[in-house]
Design a protein around this ligand. Structure first.
Ligand SMILES: NC(=O)C1=CN([C@@H]2O[C@H](COP(=O)(O)OP(=O)(O)OC[C@H]3O[C@@H](n4cnc5c(N)ncnc54)[C@H](OP(=O)(O)O)[C@@H]3O)[C@@H](O)[C@H]2O)C=CC1
Ligand SMILES: O=C1O[C@H](COP(=O)(O)O)[C@@H](O)[C@H](O)[C@H]1O
Length: 436
């Protein structure tokens, strides 16, 4: 992302680019890998698995739910002893319970590139509970061993190179299993349930379903999973990916349908760009450095550019991508979120709720996009340096006559005092010259 700063009258033109090289204050990491951004240890200093919902509820603070009777808080014991007391309870709970994570769409790109590596990273950092298992679920026929082989190629110890990395990978892979099934088959989810029960061995079971699939099958999966594979004695939660529907109507419909089977605090919506360090730092950079506030407006900024450029194409993801295209894949979620963070007014605090309120105001002030402010395109095949690069429709998972855009550029405007007349230029494309 680059904001072109209009210089004060006497100086020459310059541009301000946000990059990780900027010496900005970094928020303390509660969990070093932010991809599963809600999955963070919150209660105690050690890295055990604790969840906070997207609604801010402390969902698995089970020990608090029984009230304070009999707790050291009621007896006026000092804070260290109180902490010890709670840690003790949490350890006991942890030993008696188990977490089963089912990655639905486990044969796909997201699962391979991000979810399994993120789960391994959590395991490696001791952020998962003692008892956990991971099940992959998809239509593709795979054995447990085949799934393990696929995911083993993408696991890395990226934070440091501790000696036990390989051992840790093997231990992690042993806890990964696979079940092949249809997304709308209650019978197949009942089979999954039996397998889960066997592994859970009578413990209190918490179940998390990560929907790494195209949104048009979210409801089928949620219906089958909630009817046939919900936890009988613990919690059941579902993580859904973007795009959340195709437009405002289908998004509302999706919420309505999901709520037939789940309560709001069981649903976690993810936009992984909000977990990127650069994006997380944006508000801190803006609001903790007094130098920026007077500059951050139409008086000094000529235009703002949000650029998403990938140097690879869809590579087998046509089953998802072709129904959505680059605008729904990248712009209306990732880039629009960043735009709102960039353009919002100072929030009352940096709490999620206050930031969200300000972001919503920005979105409400935006001029509706018109066709003449948008350009779309689709990448073609070409040869370069003796190498052939396939076009979008050369991908075997993409229909030959597809006109789905893989590139889009748009000029957006925010009708408020701060940004009146400043174009916010958004560009996103796959299979471009470089990744940035
Ligand atoms: N890839 C990425 O980097 C990211 C993806 N996402 C989101 O994750 C979700 C999945 O994306 P991704 O993994 O890339 O997509 P894929 O195309 O790889 O799809 C994932 C799996 O879903 C099944 N599937 C694909 N298309 C269909 C279809 N039309 N009908 C039924 N099942 C289908 C396939 O499994 P099988 O055939 O075995 O059943 C496939 O392996 C999307 O919502 C996307 O927005 C979010 C962030 C990043
Ligand atoms: O959400 C998505 O993001 C990825 C890019 O994510 P990044 O963290 O690797 O930058 C993109 O490739 C994919 O099309 C999209 O669905």
């Amino acid at each position: 992302m680059a904001a072109q700063i209009t210089p004060p009258p006497s100086s020459s033109s310059s541009s301000l680019a946000f990059s990780s090289e900027f010496n900005v204050w970094k928020p303390m990491r509660c969990c070093f890998f932010k991809w599963v951004s809600q999955v963070c240890p919150r209660i105690r200093p050690t890295n055990h698995f604790r969840i906070k919902s997207s609604n801010g509820h402390p969902l698995n603070a089970v020990s608090m739910q029984g009230g304070m009777d009999g707790s050291p808080l009621a007896k006026g014991i000092n804070p260290e002893e109180q902490e010890e007391f709670f840690i003790d309870i949490l350890d006991k709970e942890e030993a008696l319970s188990t977490l089963s994570i089912t990655v639905v769409g486990a044969s796909g790109d997201l699962a391979k590139k991000k979810i399994f590596p993120a789960l391994f990273a959590l395991y490696y950092e001791d952020c998962l509970p003692k008892n956990f298992i991971v099940f992959g679920y998809a239509r593709t026929k795979l054995t447990d061993e085949e799934l393990r082989n696929i995911i083993s190629t993408t696991l890395t110890c990226r934070i440091d190179k501790r000696e036990n990395c390989k051992d840790k990978m093997e231990q992690f892979l042993k806890r990964c299993f696979y079940h092949s099934g249809e997304y709308n088959s209650e019978e197949n989810f009942a089979e999954l349930d039996s397998k889960l029960k066997k592994k859970e061995a009578g413990k209190l079971s918490n179940r998390l379903f990560y929907l790494s699939i195209p949104p048009n099958i979210f409801v089928d999966v949620v219906r089958c999973a909630s009817m046939m594979a919900s936890s009988a004695n613990g919690w059941t939660r579902v993580i859904v990916e973007k795009p959340f529907g195709r437009d405002s109507e289908s998004s509302a419909e999706l919420t309505r349908c999901l709520k037939k089977y789940l309560t709001e605090d069981q649903i976690f919506r993810i936009d992984h760009y909000l977990g990127k360090e650069l994006v997380e730092n944006l508000s801190v950079l803006r609001f903790s450095n007094l130098i920026f506030e007077p500059l951050w407006s139409r008086n000094y900024i000529r235009n703002v550019q949000f650029i998403f450029s990938e140097d690879f194409g869809t590579e087998g993801r046509g089953g998802y991508f072709d129904n959505y295209g680059i605008i729904r894949d990248i712009m209306q979620n990732h880039l629009l979120q960043i735009l709102a963070l960039f353009a919002m007014e100072t929030p009352v605090s940096l709490d999620a709720e206050d930031i969200r309120n300000e972001k919503v105001k920005v979105l409400r002030s935006m001029k509706p996009l018109e066709l003449e402010d948008v350009i779309i395109g689709q990448y073609k095949g070409h040869n370069k340096g003796g190498r052939a690069y396939p076009g979008y429709t050369d991908d075997s998972t993409v229909p030959k006559n597809s006109i789905t855009p893989t590139f889009a550029a748009a000029a957006l405007f925010i009708n408020n005092a701060r940004w009146d007349g400043v174009p916010f230029l958004m560009k996103a494309g796959k299979a471009l010259h470089r990744k940035r």
